[in-house]
Design a protein around this ligand. Structure first.
Ligand SMILES: Nc1nc2c(ncn2[C@@H]2O[C@H](COP(=O)(O)OP(=O)(O)OP(=O)(O)O)[C@@H](O)[C@H]2O)c(=O)[nH]1
Ligand SMILES: [Mg+2]
Length: 239
């Protein structure tokens, strides 16, 4: 994908406690976005990520590995996703350090049947230390003993009310809170999300809901250089 402009590349690492579902999510993404013609499974030893003999045997990730896929959206166009799967098992934390050093963002998985665990906290601290942008995925919501609301409450209690859901269980499945005409049961969460977004300053020169001062420096991978070509330049809002 050498023809993809840098501004259209999203490069993020999957992080979380061992068994929280990082590799399962990666295999699902690869299949859903058409990068593979079957869905791999770490449990069955068919994962595209956990492919070494030791990983297949132990049914867990040992090595961080990058995977490329293309996401096409009618409104946002084509984007290249470079997704790094990482091990959650504490002995292999060095792989998390390496992956987050090259990632532009982190996606942290929190298991809805277990809540915030030691490996979740360690991953969060790493993201904090690097000041990486991040998203949280509550995984395993299909399991019988899953607790979405309690997991969300634990996340907000640990890391603040800025952690707002953008999707939530409704009826039989999950719904996007910003989709047109969402079910009434998610109206409260939808309003809270819109209010939180409206209260934030506009990020990185993209149009926001309010204008305001830029909260920090634009982060680049190469110290001493400006943002890569094609990145939007932030300008202070007019007085
Ligand atoms: N029902 C259900 N099972 C899941 C889900 N996500 C993961 N699992 C199962 O949980 C187990 C662990 O999943 P993995 O994807 O290997 O977990 P991981 O986070 O990659 O674990 P490490 O590689 O050790 O860090 C596997 O048996 C998966 O099939 C989910 O969303 N729902
Ligand atoms: Mg794994």
């Amino acid at each position: 994908m050498k023809d993809m402009p840098v501004a259209k590349v999203r490069n993020f690492a999957l992080l979380g406690h061992t068994g929280s579902g990082k590799t399962t999510l990666l295999d699902a993404l690869l299949f859903k976005l058409g990068a593979t013609d079957r869905k791999g499974s770490p449990e069955q030893g068919t994962s595209f990520a956990d492919w070494t003999e030791e990983e297949k045997e132990r049914k867990l990730t040992i090595w961080a590995k990058p995977f490329e896929m293309v996401y096409s959206s009618p409104t946002l166009g084509r984007h290249e996703l470079t997704v790094l799967d990482t091990p959650g098992y504490a002995d292999y934390y060095g792989q998390v350090i390496a992956a987050t050093t090259v990632a532009d963002a982190g996606v942290l998985l929190v298991d809805a049947t277990a809540g915030i665990q030691v490996g979740t906290q360690r991953a969060w601290r790493r993201l904090e230390a690097l000041n990486l942008p991040r998203a949280i995925v509550i995984s395993g919501v299909d399991r019988d003993n899953a607790h979405f609301d309690a997991t969300l409450a634990a996340i907000q209690s640990a890391w603040g009310p800025r952690c707002r859901p953008v999707t939530a269980p409704a009826g039989e499945g999950l719904t996007r809170l910003l989709a047109p005409n969402p079910p009434a049961e998610v109206a409260e969460q939808r309003n809270a999300l819109i209010e939180a977004a409206a209260a934030r300053p506009a990020p990185h020169g993209r149009p926001g809901l309010t204008s305001g001062a830029f909260p920090g420096k634009i982060r680049t991978k190469i110290p001493g250089r400006g943002p890569p070509p094609g990145w939007p330049q932030w300008r202070p809002p007019p007085p």
